[in-house]
Design a protein around this ligand. Structure first.
Ligand code: PEP
Ligand code: MN
Length: 344
């Protein structure tokens, strides 16, 4: 439910509305707008509660309108926010106004491999360095990541290069440890509905990068984000990384680029597209990255390996250093074309 106050409503009137909401057992969310204040109730209300609150609040001084939201998510909703969120991580703003590139290998394999990757990512102009230390692999016999040793490498390389770092955490009990080493916690597609993990990540105080589950609807995705936000963590970044494909013989997943404008319409959270997992094929990563920018994404996450043929995971979708650098140039060109086109 959202209560829209009249233009010029007095502070006492706003407080009176908040008091009524509190008396009904809910915490009001005051949303200062450009010309007037709105007050949200981020909770699922029963039919009776809705009717009673609507009647009580509509009659109050200073109230212009009471509206009911049909969406199940509240804190993730654009309606409950006066502006779009930009997540600030050590000087890098992720959100509208810039296009963030997160680059790096699927897995951290060694100090050598990761520091070489970092150098290439940085020289090409990207600002966030990715790499998995804990890998969610389909087979228990596949490379599982270097675990804590991988985290130590990430921290060291992050300090040496100044790049913001991101890495996956797979379980709630691992959150405090991973949070010690990296700047952004990644929650993988397979973990999108691991609720204890979402709660721990939400409590960690770290920015969280939430990947959409391979078969998650938009509502399920935003409700997973709601778990993070409802723990008091406002620094949530959404990532579209492809959903289950009809035909697996050409692409690993189907990159759902339509999710970008949909999420922009209904949520204030920044959205990053991952065309590497979205397609699973290195040669499709470039076109889909450019398409992501045109669709309105706030950035991309791209897998790049110094030597993809030898990669211990996801080599077939990893760009070579040259391909990555070339793509960065193309993205920069398209960005300046888009921003100029918008300003005329
Ligand atoms: C990854 O980023 O390496 C990864 C495992 O991604 P996803 O969770 O999207 O499969
Ligand atoms: Mn990967």
């Amino acid at each position: 439910m959202i209560i829209l106050m009249r233009f010029g409503a007095e502070e006492a009137q706003i407080q009176a509305v908040c008091d009524v909401i509190r008396e009904a057992g809910h915490e009001p969310l005051v949303l200062p707008g450009e010309d007037r204040v709105a007050i949200g109730i981020p909770a699922s209300l029963s039919q009776d509660e809705r009717v009673n609150l609507d009647a009580a609040l509509s009659a109050m001084e200073g109230v212009s309108k009471v509206t009911h939201t049909s969406r199940p998510y509240k804190l993730a909703s654009l309606e409950f926010h006066s502006s779009r969120s930009v997540v600030e991580v050590r000087g890098v703003g992720i959100g509208p106004g810039s296009f963030t590139v997160m680059g790096g290998p699927c897995s951290v394999e060694s100090y050598e491999q990761f520091s070489t990757s970092a150098r290439i990512v940085k020289e090409a102009g990207a600002t966030v360095l990715r790499g998995g230390a804990f890998k969610p692999r389909t087979s228990p016999y596949a490379f599982q990541g270097l675990a804590q040793e991988g985290l130590e490498i990430i921290r060291k390389v992050g300090q040496e290069t100044g790049l913001v770092t991101i890495s996956e955490v797979m379980s709630g009990d691992m959150v405090p440890m991973v949070a010690e080493y990296v700047d952004i916690l990644q929650i993988g597609a397979r973990s999108m509905q691991n609720f204890p993990l979402l709660i721990e990540a939400g409590r960690s105080g770290k920015p969280v990068f939430l990947k959409r589950g391979p078969s998650a609807s938009i509502d399920e995705f935003l409700l997973a984000a709601e778990y993070l936000l409802s723990q008091g963590n406002p620094n949530v970044i959404l990532c579209e990384r492809g959903v289950l494909p009809i035909d697996k013989s050409y692409t690993r997943n189907t990159l759902d680029l339509s999710a970008v404008p949909v999420l922009k319409e209904f949520s204030h959270l920044p959205i990053i597209v991952d065309p590497s997992h979205g397609t699973g094929v290195a040669r499709y990563v470039g076109p889909m990255s450019l398409a992501a920018m045109v669709a309105g994404a706030d950035g991309v996450m791209i897998e790049m390996h110094p030597d993809p043929k030898t990669a211990l995971s996801d080599g077939s979708q990893a760009l070579t250093p040259d391909q990555f650098t070339e793509l960065m140039t193309d993205l920069r060109r398209l960005w300046s074309f888009q921003t100029q086109a918008q300003s005329v």
